[in-house]
Design a protein around this ligand. Structure first.
Ligand code: NAP
Length: 302
């Protein structure tokens, strides 16, 4: 039996792994895809202290090397559920069951879909949720970016370096993104912000050819020719497999000690209810979760 099972290998999970190893807890980290989480596909990170500019891939590679340097065991598997047998947590995975005294859920979140016509049909044919992955395919072409948060604005700035024209489509007349990111897109010549517009449909046969937009102020619709449609309208947490108290969006509720409604199950990073989802906050959550879990494991009465 393990002392601690960490589910998810993004910044929160890897940080929890570093702290757990240093606390000499018998720990395993389970990750279903590649280690790194969402940040691994982020083009550039400019607000993680100590690195004025670093790619997401390089930052997570450093996190992983750091955690492995302390001997963290990392297993590739998909977690299907967490059962509770007395005080013991039973983590059911695609590779079998694992048991532990405590569990930290650090499974992050996935991009939300718009649910419009053409979005699913043209996925991978011009519709994308990852500018770093797909941006280079749109060199010299026209793209639209939907959303007004940090992701949309940041990725619009990145895409403007490759595409000939970027339409930033936002449903309000004010962006939600950090001010410094807003200033950047406002200053970029080939970005046109379409305020108070929503995307109604993505058109195309074998690839994206145009998007139909609606002006919410006038109710009028127009078709704009683009070869790519990038959608960044927020995130959904990956928390279905765990039965603890959650908010309306499915994010796990914790207290400031990262404790969930079930004793011995902790949550850290983007998957929990929190006012800010950054690498720096995920790292802080992971450290607290591992520290509190250590105390829980020490006082554990099986
Ligand atoms: P977000 O902050 O939730 O923003 C989502 C954006 O999409 C909002 O502008 C929202 O509009 C819009 N939206 C939502 N549903 C929509 C719909 N159905 N149709 C049209 N527009 C819709 O999500 P995010 O940008 O993915 O960021 C997620 C978290 O990661 C945030 O906490 C963010 O700070 C963090 N993050 C940080 C950085 C960084 O470098 N600092 C980078 C990426 C992400 P409204 O504004 O009208 O609600």
């Amino acid at each position: 039996m393990y002392d601690l099972i960490i589910i998810g290998g993004g910044p929160a999970g890897l940080t929890a792994g570093i702290y757990a190893q240093r606390a000499r807890l018998r720990t395993v980290l389970i990750e279903r895809e590649m280690v790194g989480g969402q940040i691994a596909v982020s083009d550039v990170i400019e607000n993680y202290p100590g690195f004025s500019s670093i790619s997401g891939a390089e930052l997570v590679q450093r996190f992983e090397e750091h955690a492995k340097g302390f001997g963290l065991e990392i297993k590739a598997a998909e977690v299907e559920g967490i059962g509770v047998e007395g005080n013991i947590k039973v983590v059911r995975t695609s590779e079998g069951e694992l048991r532990a005294k405590a569990v930290i859920v650090a499974t992050g979140a996935k991009p939300r879909k718009l649910g419009v016509k053409g979005e699913r049909e043209l996925l991978g044919k011009g519709v994308s949720y990852c500018a770093t992955c797909d941006g280079p395919f749109f060199r010299g072409q026209r793209v639209c970016v939907v959303g007004g948060g940090d992701t949309a604005v940041k990725e619009a700035a990145y895409l403007a370096k490759l595409a000939s024209k970027v339409y930033l489509v936002h449903r309000r007349d004010k962006l939600r993104a950090e001010k410094i990111l807003q200033e950047k897109v406002m200053k970029t010549e080939n970005i046109e912000i379409l305020w108070s517009h929503i995307l109604k449909e993505i058109k195309g046969e074998n690839g994206v050819e145009a998007v139909v937009l609606e002006d919410l102020k006038t109710g009028s619709q127009k078709t704009v020719e683009v070869e790519g449609a990038f959608i960044f309208v927020g995130i959904n947490p990956t928390t279905d497999f765990v039965d603890v108290e959650k908010d309306d969006g499915g994010f796990i509720k914790t207290n400031q000690r990262m404790e969930t409604s079930v004793e011995g199950i902790f949550a850290a990073g983007d998957c929990r209810t929190t006012p800010l989802r950054q690498v720096s906050t995920a790292v802080g959550d992971g450290a607290i979760a591992a520290f509190v879990a250590e105390g829980y494991v020490e006082g554990f009465d099986g």
